[in-house]
Write a protein that binds this ligand. Sequence first.
Ligand code: FEO
Length: 180
Amino acid sequence: MSTKRISDAMEKALNDQMTREAFQAQVYLSYASWAEVNSFSGIANFLYKHMNEEREHMFKILKYINDRGGETKIEAIGAPPENPSDIKDCLEKILQHEVDNSAEIDKLVNQAHEEKDWATFSFTQWFVKEQIEEESLINGLLDKYTLASEQKEGNANYYELDKDLNKAPQSAEIPREEKL
Ligand code: FEO
């Protein structure tokens, strides 16, 4: 067993975040299943893929805790929330989940700074960037939804939106990294 290089408090905070990422995966899984049974197979596909992203986040934190000489505790994951009422509600809800998650990541960054735990501070920067990308990605999908729903020509536009989301990437370019 390696020497423990994180504080007990940081180990707990990281463990809580790991469980939160597992919960995020549950949310995407449940919304994906809802979209699938409502015939939005493209949106379902996007959400299923994003579930895997969240599980990767969970695993990244698990490995970090263990690599720093801590010990990850696998804990119960809460039940996902109620199904969304429609696609707009679905996208707004996942955006809110991401915004809430960003706030939790910020708390970890603050804690690392306060503890002068520069290794964890550096580790959490990856998540800060990831959250910027994820918020931007979901905001982009909401914009597409608005455009698709403005034209009100039956379900044809939703059909196009669904096809589009099927091919949507799992992360967004963040503006400050775009080349001019
Ligand atoms: Fe792991 Fe979507 O935040």
